[in-house]
Design a protein around this ligand. Structure first.
Ligand code: MSP
Length: 659
């Protein structure tokens, strides 16, 4: 069969739960796959997860689990990657995990082939490495000394490593980029040529020894294969290339891919490194790589570490997967960046789904029920208002197709909704409620409703790749049988059987109270942010065994000890003892002498002028054979190492009691 279509998403890192940005790319890929299936293509739609690398190894260590347990949980666990795609109605044909045995074995074979053909060789790597992105950079590629992709600091890295002869392919890659439509949209070509090809392509370091969580190089198992080689070849191993998990006739049938959808930040890998490696392996190149834009939040990239990711689960559960899918593809031009906001989402649902298509459908079916019991009579009369609507609807499939073939989802959907708006206007022009008043205009009324149902049918066929569940409901409401749901039938106005049964039923998309909803979403997001904040950890104090507790005393007894703040006015060492200092302190009333065993830790000039706590009413004690009389003690605690540490008080406390 010649009309096969092979489309892929990037394989996502299961280092965190996926967010709306990942969902955006997957939904676009799904819509394209469904569109091609609708058109009769034999589609292979591949997605999956990129599970190796240092970042995952680190994350697993932080979580106290093995890397395999960590990724299993994010991919297969509750509300994990697979659950999300199920919720979003993603119709992938195959899901690859790079930890799957067949993939690992195939990567080892691929690496060896390139080694054997001389395109991979051993040398020493010296350079800058961005750990979160798993990317090596040359000095000249850094932005302000940081990783040009994510802006985070890079580290110096030096290790024995294998290299891929990327430089050898520079001319062929340049030709591919500049002289073919391999990389789309065209605007991405300049960026690649200017930033990467013109400065000179250097050979690429393709193995690591600094961590273990990867595919081991089987002929030198100190090394693991660079995660991007492991990742990029997923597009072929998932078809059975060099492995026995899948029949390699899938590879023969589907490779080369028709298009890889990827975010703009990984265009470099897909449009330079990927084709060069395929050239080295003598494999055909994918027909297109499409670099889509980012969904931004407040103008910046969403990231888990910034705490500003939008949760697709929440939105799909609240508004339905179809509403979210439609919004993502209708609001943002696929090739450029767009700013996500809850306001945009809710407005889009209210205007296009609740109002435009929702109203068109409910008015059409309600009037068919009200005036004809749900089945239109065969006797129908044409009118002057019909021609323009019918002509517009008849051209729609062609326009839509032209846009979809350019991956311009936004324009394709805009075309469909222009027809829906026209049909709503047609209701106002023909005023069915007036036609319903006289028996002689009933045939005209029947025709008007038929034309409306037919418009809804054709629009629904074209919307079905984007809103699959909703469109099935619409087909049911207008009584469109299987023949009236096909791509072919969307070209012809008048396919809906005249005796189709129309039923109103429930509204497809109830109107949302925007202000209330936005406030609620904001509250949920704030609560989540607060819950995600790392809890402030209480410092845990070392517990020690205390063996010199005193018996309990009464409060009155405690009050008998007169504790006061006193200022040290003079201090000196004495020749009779190395341990003792002779302190003169002023207790607010008079000066007194205190002999203290702190000479080892304090020099006299460290103490003069300082205010210390003293016990005032301790009986005076003669020391050094009566040469000195100590009239009190000063507060000092033993440190862990057994030194003395004196507590000091502020000036305005001198003479005060200490309680
Ligand atoms: N594992 C690599 C891809 C290997 S493909 C052989 C990777 N993974 S990722 O988890 O970081 O996913 C990146 C992809 O997710 C982007 O290329 C893009 O398709 C999508 N997006 C992630 N954040 C996004 C936005 N904020 N906006 C739009 N798409 C985003 O890179």
């Amino acid at each position: 069969m010649n009309n096969k279509f092979y489309i892929t998403t990037p394989i996502y890192y299961p280092s965190d739960k996926l967010h709306i940005g990942h969902t955006y790319c997957t939904v676009a890929t799904d819509a394209m796959a469904r569109y091609k299936r609708l058109r009769g293509y034999d589609v292979m739609f591949l997605t999956g997860t990129d599970e190796h690398g240092q970042k995952i190894e680190n994350k697993a260590a932080e979580a106290g689990v093995t890397p395999q347990q960590f990724v299993d949980n994010i991919v297969e666990g509750e509300k994990g990657v697979k659950d999300l795609w199920k919720l979003m109605n993603v119709s992938y044909d195959r899901f690859i995990r790079t930890t799957d045995d067949y993939h690992v074995a195939a990567i080892q074979r691929i690496f060896k082939k390139m080694y054997e053909n001389g395109d991979i060789y051993k040398s020493t790597y010296k350079g800058k490495y961005c750990t979160p992105c798993e990317s090596f950079w040359t000095e000249s590629q850094l932005t302000d000394g940081c990783c040009p992709d994510c802006g985070r600091p890079v580290v110096d890295a030096e290790e024995e490593a294998y290299f891929f002869r990327l430089s050898k392919y520079a001319d062929r890659i340049r030709d591919l980029l500049e002289n073919t439509d391999f990389l789309l949209p065209r605007s991405r070509v300049n960026e690649m040529v200017h930033n990467f090809i013109e400065p000179g392509l250097e050979d690429l370091c393709v193995s690591r020894t600094s961590f273990k969580w990867g595919v081991p190089v089987d002929f030198d198992d100190k090394h693991v294969v660079y995660v991007w080689i492991d990742a990029l070849f997923n597009y072929t191993t998932a078809l059975g290339f060099l492995n026995d998990r899948y029949d390699d006739s899938d590879y023969a049938k589907y490779w080369p891919a028709d298009v890889h959808f990827v975010g703009k930040e990984i265009v470099r890998f897909h449009s330079i490194i990927w084709p060069a490696m395929l050239m080295s392996m003598n494999m055909p190149l994918p027909k297109h790589v499409f670099g889509h834009g980012w969904l931004l939040l407040d103008g910046g990239k969403m990231s888990k570490s910034k705490g500003n990711v939008v949760d697709p689960y929440l939105l799909a559960e609240r508004y339905s997967a179809d509403a979210l899918r439609y919004f993502l593809l209708r609001d943002f031009p696929f090739g450029s960046d767009g700013n996500f906001s809850n306001e945009l989402l809710i407005n889009r649902i209210n205007t296009d789904l609740a109002n435009d298509i929702g109203n068109l459908l409910s008015r059409t079916t309600a009037m068919a029920e009200k005036y004809f019991g749900g089945t239109l009579p065969a006797e129908q009369t044409e009118g002057t208002e019909d021609a323009e609507l019918i002509s517009m609807v008849s051209k729609l499939r062609g326009q839509y197709e032209a846009q979809m073939e350019k991956y311009a989802f936004q324009s394709a959907l805009a075309d469909v909704f222009a027809v829906i708006a026209r049909a709503n206007k047609y209701i106002d022009e023909t005023a069915p409620w007036v036609l319903a008043k006289k028996p002689e205009t009933m045939p005209r009324l029947a025709r008007v409703l038929y034309n409306l149902a037919e418009t809804v049918r054709i629009c629904s066929i074209l919307l079905s790749p984007v809103m699959p569940e909703t469109c099935v409901k619409i087909f049911e409401k207008i009584g469109a049988d299987e023949n009236a749901r096909t791509w072919e039938s969307a070209e012809t106005f008048g396919v809906l059987p005249v005796n189709a049964v129309l039923v109103k039923g429930e509204n497809l998309f109830p109107r949302i109270d925007a202000a209330k909803e936005i406030a609620e979403l904001e509250a949920i997001s704030q609560a989540k942010k607060a819950a995600d904040q790392p809890k402030e950890e209480k410092p845990t104090l070392p517990v020690r065994e205390i063996t010199d507790h005193e018996p309990e005393i009464s409060f009155d007894d405690f009050c008998k000890v007169e504790l006061r703040v006193a200022k040290i006015t003079a201090c000196e060492n004495i020749k009779e003892s190395k341990k003792l200092l002779k302190l003169t302190v002023f207790d607010g009333e008079r000066e007194r002498c205190i002999m203290s065993g702190i000479a080892k830790w304090y020099k006299p000039d460290m103490l003069v002028g300082k205010n210390v706590g003293i016990v005032c009413n301790l009986a005076p004690r003669a020391m050094m054979g009566g040469k000195y009389v100590s009239e009190g003690m000063i507060f000092a605690a033993d440190t862990e190492k057994g030194a003395a540490s004196i507590a000091f008080f502020p000036d305005d406390t001198v003479g005060s009691r200490i309680h």
